[in-house]
Design a protein around this ligand. Structure first.
Ligand SMILES: [Fe+2]
Ligand SMILES: [Fe+2]
Length: 187
């Protein structure tokens, strides 16, 4: 697996998270009951897997390595701004989820931020995938650089708790797919 393909594969997982967030939002808008813990799990996956791990690999390894090549700087600048947008939405989602836990009726804002995050994922991973396709087409990354990037990714993984924590994230995603509210469309 090379460094570009690695990020594309993350996007496949991230779009599964997107589908969970979207379904959860739809159900909340339809006034259906969703356990708090499930919403909290979504928030954790967004924070740890999508943001710290995946965006971390892009920001610390992949983007610095590619920003001076083939006029990619401008695209990368936009991706970084989008990461900040994603972080703001994730933070607001977390705040509203906590408030709801404390007894404030935050159904509407939680539903809204879940939906915003789903839109962010669709838009952002779509643009990056096209960017990655271009990098592959132009063969902008040498095999030596690829090797270095993969080592850097391994360090990024260690920073978020290593294989064990990432496996746990994958299991949490699978778990959410088994939940009743995830299996059916809103009424
Ligand atoms: Fe990104
Ligand atoms: Fe990405």
């Amino acid at each position: 697996m090379d460094a570009t393909y690695n990020l594309k594969q993350d996007h496949v997982i991230i779009r599964r998270v997107r589908d969970i967030a979207q379904r959860c939002s739809d159900k909340l808008y339809a006034n259906e009951n969703i356990p708090f813990e499930d919403i909290e799990i979504i928030s954790v996956i967004i924070e740890e897997f999508v943001d710290r791990f995946h965006h971390g690999k892009e920001e610390k390894a992949y983007f610095p390595q590619t920003k001076d090549k083939d006029g990619f700087g401008e695209d990368i600048r936009k991706f970084l701004i989008e990461h900040e947008l994603g972080r703001r939405i994730a933070l607001m989602l977390l705040r509203e989820t906590k408030a709801w836990r404390r007894g404030v009726d935050s159904r509407e804002p939680v539903a809204r931020f879940l939906k915003s995050y789903a839109v962010f994922i669709t838009d952002h991973t779509g643009k990056e995938d096209r960017f990655f396709d271009l990098i592959e087409k132009k063969r902008s990354i040498s095999s030596r650089e690829d090797e270095m990037l993969l080592k850097h990714y391994a360090a990024c993984k260690d920073q978020v708790g290593g294989n064990a924590r990432i496996d746990q994230m994958m299991k949490l995603i699978d778990y959410l797919y088994t939940r009743e509210w995830m299996k059916t469309s809103p009424e």
